[in-house]
Design a protein around this ligand. Structure first.
Ligand SMILES: [Zn+2]
Length: 466
């Protein structure tokens, strides 16, 4: 009797040559790639869980930021930056976009910042003063790291922008079964738990970038789960499941740059969680699935590339002093901060903001792919809203791009309650149930501007190979 090997090679993949692309599309693209290690060279506080009050203790895996510059036949250029970071709020992203613009000529709509929302990485801040749970030295080190990081990201884009070579693009889709809805219903309300019946986007969008002879150069892929396999007791720095998935692909296909882009993961966690073993296993699971997809017959992507960047004016909940006072005194811990800050603003005679300006980007690749890049911690409902608004075909819906401002809940999530209603991370407000209407209206408007219509999507799908 044959015995199966005890361990499949799923942690470190054996290197193989990725077969040439099946895509018959003409080479009508150019692509430039760059990657930079962004592991802090000093002790830096970790991000994502409020309980951790000291820096990371060891490096399990280096973390990276990566860039791909794409140019269509007309010379229209765009860059996607991916990163094993917690997030890039506008105070980080906008000055960086300006510096990139000054060095490369790229305008804001040509730049897409993304992050894996990694909870096993460094936190970012420009505040040098100590705060709750943050010692003075740690606060200062964090500012030094944040400024250093901005410079590395600037160089990253400049480098990718000077390395353009002819390329072919193609895309496909897989599935990741470890993506779990985390809004668990209990007699005490919705808690952060496990809800196998809840909605989740388990799709794995994949973009393959080849040289003209079909030799692979890069793989951009997504999944829609928080990078929170490692929990709040973890002090080992790494890229969580997304870091291990990228590592899996880059080990399997030497010379290929693997890049991860998060989906609408606001209410999804990996399942199971809390161990390094589970983290590596999810990474290998996702890596294997992406490898499976890139070796199947992918759909070629043609140009031209049309880019648009705008802002939705997203309504916030109107609140009075009388409504805020009890919440500031006695609401779930994750809501108290905003309640106190809003109450203090009203007591100082200031007005609460009525809206938040959330950036949205829509990138149209010929008639073959529409990338909708939403900002904030977008809950899964927005995938369905965007599919309904634009048609579900040839669509890549990303969250966590361009501005990290906190969670973006849907009217359903607001009505049901739970952690995803913690409001703007600035502390200035909570989103109103009409937030989703403002986002969807803006997505539709931007999609029209780049020539995406639901009819066009259906038509292109009808004639494209399956
Ligand atoms: Zn989060």
């Amino acid at each position: 009797m044959k015995t199966a090997p005890l361990f499949a090679a799923w942690i470190v993949a054996a290197a193989v040559a990725l077969p040439p692309s099946f895509s018959a599309a003409e080479t009508e693209w150019k692509a430039g790639l760059a990657s930079v290690k962004i592991t802090p060279e000093m002790p830096v506080m970790m991000s994502g869980y409020a309980n951790r009050i000291r820096p990371f203790e060891r490096v399990e895996q280096h973390i990276y930021a990566k860039a791909i510059v794409l140019e269509d036949r007309n010379g229209h250029r765009a860059v996607i930056v991916t990163s094993d970071l917690i997030g890039m709020p506008s105070w980080f992203a906008e000055p960086l976009a300006e510096q990139i613009g000054a060095k490369t000529g790229l305008k804001r709509e040509q730049i897409m910042f993304t992050w894996a929302h990694n909870h096993a990485g460094p936190s970012l801040s420009m505040k040098e003063a100590p705060g709750p749970g943050v010692a003075l030295t740690d606060a200062k080190n964090r500012v030094v790291y944040t400024k250093w990081l901005q410079q590395r990201l600037l160089e990253l884009v400049v480098n990718a922008n000077t390395r353009l070579e002819s390329a072919k693009l193609s895309h496909g889709r897989g599935v990741a079964m470890f993506v779990m809805n985390r809004r668990e219903f209990t007699l005490k309300g919705v808690i952060l738990g496990v809800n196998p019946q809840g909605p989740a986007d388990r799709s794995v969008p994949v973009l393959r970038i080849d040289s003209p002879d079909g030799k692979p150069r890069a793989i951009l892929f997504g999944a829609a789960s928080h990078n929170t396999t490692l929990g709040s007791k973890n002090y080992d720095l790494c890229g969580d499941y997304a870091g291990f998935a990228q590592h899996y692909l880059e080990s399997k296909y030497p010379g290929v740059q693997a890049m991860f882009m998060l989906g609408c993961a606001g209410d999804a966690n990996p399942y199971p969680r809390d161990t390094m073993e589970a983290t590596k296993e999810h990474g290998a699971t996702l890596g294997r699935e992406v490898a499976r997809v890139v070796e199947t017959k992918l759909r070629p992507i043609g140009g031209p590339l049309k880019l648009v960047f705008g802002h939705a004016d997203v309504p916030l909940m109107p609140m009075t002093k009388a409504e805020l006072a009890p919440l500031a005194a006695n609401s779930p811990s994750w809501q108290i901060g905003n309640a106190k800050q809003m109450l203090a603003m009203l007591e100082r005679g200031e007005k609460l903001p009525t809206h938040f300006r959330a950036p949205i980007a829509v990138w149209q690749f010929g008639t073959d792919l529409t990338m909708v890049a939403l900002s904030g911690e977008v809950v899964v409902d927005y995938v369905y809203f965007v599919e309904k608004a634009l048609g579900p075909l040839n669509l890549w819906v990303a969250g966590y791009t361009n501005d990290g401002f906190g969670y973006l809940p849907s009217a359903r999530v607001i009505a049901e309650g739970g952690y995803e209603n913690r409001g703007l991370s600035s502390g200035d407000g909570w989103f109103a149930p009409e937030a989703q209407d403002a986002i969807v209206a803006k997505v539709k408007e931007l999609a029209r501007q780049v020539g995406r219509s639901s009819d066009a999507a259906r038509l292109s799908a009808a004639v494209a190979p399956r």
